[in-house]
Every structure is written in C-alpha cells, then in structure tokens.
Design a protein around this ligand. Structure first.
Ligand code: NAD
Ligand code: UGA
Length: 465
C-alpha cells in the first residue's frame, strides 16, 4: 500500500516537528496536522515562521519550506482523519492527577478520545500509528475501541514511538539512531508495517529501521527513557559524594565516560533532570510493574525519580544554607527557566521546584530565560504553589534583559545551560550585585576559576567549594 495522505492528531513538540520532517522528505505525501487547541494551530499558521509555537533550532526553516506545499495545520480534526490513509496519534499522555493511579499512571483520556473519534469518522480502512509514549499493551485497548465503536472498517494499529530530544529535534529526526515500528505479525499487520517503513525509508537507511511486535515497541520507549534518566540520576547521586570528598564530578564523568562500555553521553551532573517525559515515563513504568505485582522492579526504577527530587531539593537547600541560612527578602536571580537549552519548553523544569522551595523561604525570585516568556514562568509556579497570583507576582519578576535581572541580586542560580550565558560580561554583572556575590551553577556551565577571579563566591553541582 502506498501512502499519499497522512493525518497527525496533536500539533505539539512531537507532532509538529515530526510531521514537518515527513513533509519535507516526502513531497508526494499530503501531511495534515490537527489539534483542538485553536491558539496553537493559529500560531503554527502565523505568516511569520518565527512565531510558530515551538522553538527548536532549524524548525522554522523546515516549516517555511513545507507549510502550504504539503504540510497543513488545522483544527478540522474530523476532516483530517477522513481524508487520510494513515493517522498518527501524537497527543499528550501526562501523569494522572486524579483517581486510580493518581501521580503515577499515564492519563490515557486523550488517547481514548482520539481512538473514538477515528472510529466514528472513518469510512474506509486506516492505519493508526501510536506516536505518543504509551504504557505497554495500549494498542490492545485502542484496537478494542476501534473495532467495537467503528462502522465495520478495518484498522491496523502500529506503534512508532518517537525518540527525538527537545533542543535537537530537527537533527534527531533528520538523522535518527533508529526508527522503531511495532505491529501485528499477521499479513495485514505486515502490510501496514511495510507502508510505514517505506515512508521513513525516504531518508532513513533501512538498517536503522527496526521492526518488532507491538508490545516490544511500546515497552522499548518507556525503557529507553528510564535508562537515560537513570544515567542522570546515577551521576547526580555521585555529585553529592564528590562535594563531600573533594572529588570533582566532571573529572569523574570524564574518567568513566572514556570506558567505551560506559560511554561519554548523559553524564553531566545537574540540578536534576526535567522535561515532560522522563519523570512521567518512569512513574508509568513503576505503575505498570506494580500492577503486575513486581514490587522490586517498581522500587528499583522509582529510585531514579526519588534521587532526582533529592537533587533539586539539595540544590535549593544549598542556596539557603550558603546565604547564611536565610533568603527572606533576598533577590535570587535564575538564569534559565527551560528544562534544557535550545527549547522554550519548561514542563517539569528543575527551576520550577527550586523556585518554589525558595519562595516558601520568602525569597524574591528574578528570572531571565532567552526563550521562555513571563506568562509561562508565572503559570508554572501557580500550578505548584498555593500562593495567590497577586502575591506570586510580588515575589517573582521576569526580565527581558539578563543584566537587569541580575541587578542588586544576592545570588545567581544557573538553571539552564544556554550557551549565551557563558559569553556575558560577568564583571559588569558582579559590579552591580550585592556583596558578597554568589553564583550557584546547577549546570556546570561557567568556568569556576574565571568566576572566582572576578570575585564571585562560586559553587557548582558536584565539586567541593
Ligand atoms: P504536547 O502537549 O506538546 O502536544 C500534544 C497536543 O495534542 C496538544 O497541542 C493538545 O492540544 C493536542 N490534543 C490533545 N488531545 C487532542 C485531541 N483529542 N484531538 C486533537 N488534539 C488533541 O505533547 P508532546 O510533547 O508533543 O508529547 C506528545 C506525546 O509524545 C507524549 O506521549 C509524549 O510522551 C511523547 N513524546 C514527547 C517527546 C518530547 O520531546 N516532547 C519526545 C518523544 C515522545
Ligand atoms: C528525552 C530523551 O532524550 C528522548 O530520547 C525522548 O524521546 C524524550 O525524552 C521523550 O520521550 O520525551 P528530552 O526530555 O527532550 O528527551 O531531553 P533530554 O536531552 O533527554 O534531557 C532531559 C533532562 O535531563 C534535561 O533536563 C537535561 O538537562 C537533563 N540532563 C541530560 C542532565 O541533567 N544531564 C545529562 O547528562 C543529560
């Protein structure tokens, strides 16, 4: 079966970039991205491509090339489904905030809604592709809904999890380590798998396109994130030991990373991992393990999240203790709010928890981030903190200029590893701060020698002061 029309439900961090890449590499395929969120769709259609809702290096150029040619963004969900042979489900699957599995299980209500809508609208056979990250065996539930709600048309379900990382989405999509496609081993299932393989084969070498059964594919996605997050928690656990013993975590990371069996990536000690997926996916894995009665398996993986919570709290406590055990009415400037560099995404960013902790100690927080807007910072904190909006707005100020953000501050906390922070005029920043002037580098970004030579009292995660 040759695919010429695709619909993607969900115009978010995955749906948008992924479909833009497919549209660019496959000019013969019409790609329609649909979303219920009208503001988001309007932003994707903004005549100025710099205003698209997601910041990713290289993405606006990709959209400029393909939008209106064979890439379309619309709120007409039903039409999009009806007119396509293959439908990607790329909606959000956050941690449940209510009911059974609250705080652990993935909330699949958006997925179920999509399945019901596809079943209702479809008039001819469709291939439904799980692009969202899902608990293992979700395809079974989707198949059930489709087969029992639909009007007799045939559905094939595939699992095609996305492995892109934010900040490098375009590069990751362009040159993926692998593409994973899971499907049913029946003749129709195999046909569907081959149809999706053919799409990726337009730019991905065939030996990097991996096909498996549905359950392996679904579980591999959660597993990949759990392994990556585990590396960060492992190095962060050692960062605390380094601070006590005089070892330097950067030196330790370098020394172990040169062992090719360990490898150098994901060994950067930090204030803690953030992002919309690591925590959510591990909690989901823990929940799945528990639901099969595998308590030791659940405890093993849960420790990765517990360690991460500890690291964020430890960073905040270190600021408080170093500033003579009180931050009340002191100005603490956060450089960076996004959960990593080169993205405007702040979901689950460590900055949110650290700020919340300091706000409970009555600190004043100033924030500068090159890509995260003021409204987002306030809404992130509002979500976590019980403070009234008016009170929050008195204690938190978001700046458009980093130098202003640092003016008269008692301390600076580096929360995101934005490259531009390295090139600031740090002498000028120092001169305009309260003395003694402190820097807490949560990203091991700045050169300690240089900062200390200017006069800062400098500390970084994972090295003794
Ligand atoms: P997102 O919140 O940015 O986007 C999801 C979009 O789906 C939203 O715009 C929402 O309005 C829309 N939506 C929800 N229900 C809908 C419905 N019924 N009909 C139409 N639109 C609907 O989420 P995201 O970051 O793109 O993540 C999507 C999925 O991909 C998640 O399962 C996530 O775990 C997974 N994932 C994310 C990343 C990442 O880097 N963000 C990477 C790999 C996988
Ligand atoms: C992660 C995975 O890397 C992707 O493969 C996956 O597709 C995605 O989750 C997902 O499923 O959503 P992402 O969360 O975008 O991607 O970003 P990462 O680069 O993995 O970083 C996650 C967090 O870990 C960030 O806060 C980052 O700063 C932190 N981190 C990463 C460290 O603290 N140290 C490191 O060495 C690496």
């Amino acid at each position: 079966m040759k695919i010429t029309s695709i619909c993607c439900i969900g115009a978010g961090y995955v749906g948008g970039p992924t479909m833009a890449m497919i549209a660019q590499k496959c000019p013969h395929i019409k790609v329609t991205v649909v979303d219920l969120n009208e503001d988001r769709i309007n932003a994707w259609n903004d005549p100025d491509v710099n205003n698209i809702p997601i910041y990713e290096p290289g993405l606006s150029a990709l959209v400029a090339e393909t939008r209106g040619r064979n890439l379309f963004f619309t709120t007409e969900v039903e039409k999009g489904i009806d007119e396509s042979q293959m439908i990607f489900i790329s909606v959000n699957t956050p941690t449940k905030t209510y009911g059974l599995g609250k705080g652990m299980a993935a909330d699949l209500k958006y997925i179920e809604l999509c399945a019901r809508q596809i079943a209702m609208v479809a008039k001819d056979d469709k291939i439904v592709v799980e692009k969202s990250t899902l608990p293992v065996r979700t395809a079974e539930a989707i198949q059930n809904i489709l087969d029992n709600t639909g009007n007799g048309v045939q559905f094939q379900i595939l699992s095609n999890p996305e492995f892109l990382a934010e900040g490098t989405a375009v590069e990751d999509l362009h040159n993926p380590d692998r593409v994973l496609i899971g499907g049913n081993p029946t003749p129709r299932g195999t046909q569907a798998i081959n149809a999706l393989v053919e799409i990726y084969a337009n730019w991905v070498p065939k030996d990097r396109i991996l096909t498996t059964n549905l359950w392996s594919s679904e579980l591999s996605k959660l597993t990949a994130n759990a392994y990556l997050a585990q590396r960060v928690s492992s190095i962060n656990a050692l960062s605390e030991l380094c601070e006590r013993t005089g070892a330097d975590v950067n030196e330790v990371a370098r020394a172990i990373g040169m062992d090719s069996r360990i490898g150098p990536k994901f060994l950067k000690a930090s204030v803690g991992f953030g992002g919309s997926c690591f925590q959510k996916d591990i909690l989901n894995l823990v929940y799945i393990a528990k639901s099969y009665g595998l308590n030791e398996v659940a405890d093993y993986w849960e420790q990765v999240v517990i360690m991460n919570d500890h690291q964020k709290r430890r960073f905040a406590n270190n600021i408080i203790q170093t500033l003579y055990n009180t931050v009340a009415d002191k100005k603490i400037t956060f450089l960076g709010w996004a959960f990593k560099k080169d993205t405007n995404d702040s979901r689950e960013s460590a900055a949110i928890n650290v700020a919340d902790h300091l706000l409970h100690e009555k600190a004043n927080i100033a924030v500068f981030d090159p890509k995260v807007r003021s409204k987002q910072v306030i809404s992130d904190l509002q979500y976590l903190n019980e403070m009234e909006l008016s009170e929050l707005e008195k204690s938190v100020a978001v700046f458009e200029d980093p130098y202003q953000a640092c003016e008269k501050a008692h301390a600076i906390a580096i929360m995101t590893e934005w490259d531009e922070f390295k090139n600031y005029d740090w002498k000028k920043i120092y001169d305009n701060m309260q003395k003694p002037a402190f820097i807490f580098d949560g990203r091991n970004l700045l050169d300690p020698e240089k900062m200390r030579a200017i006069g800062f009292i400098f500390s970084a995660v994972g090295s003794a002061r």
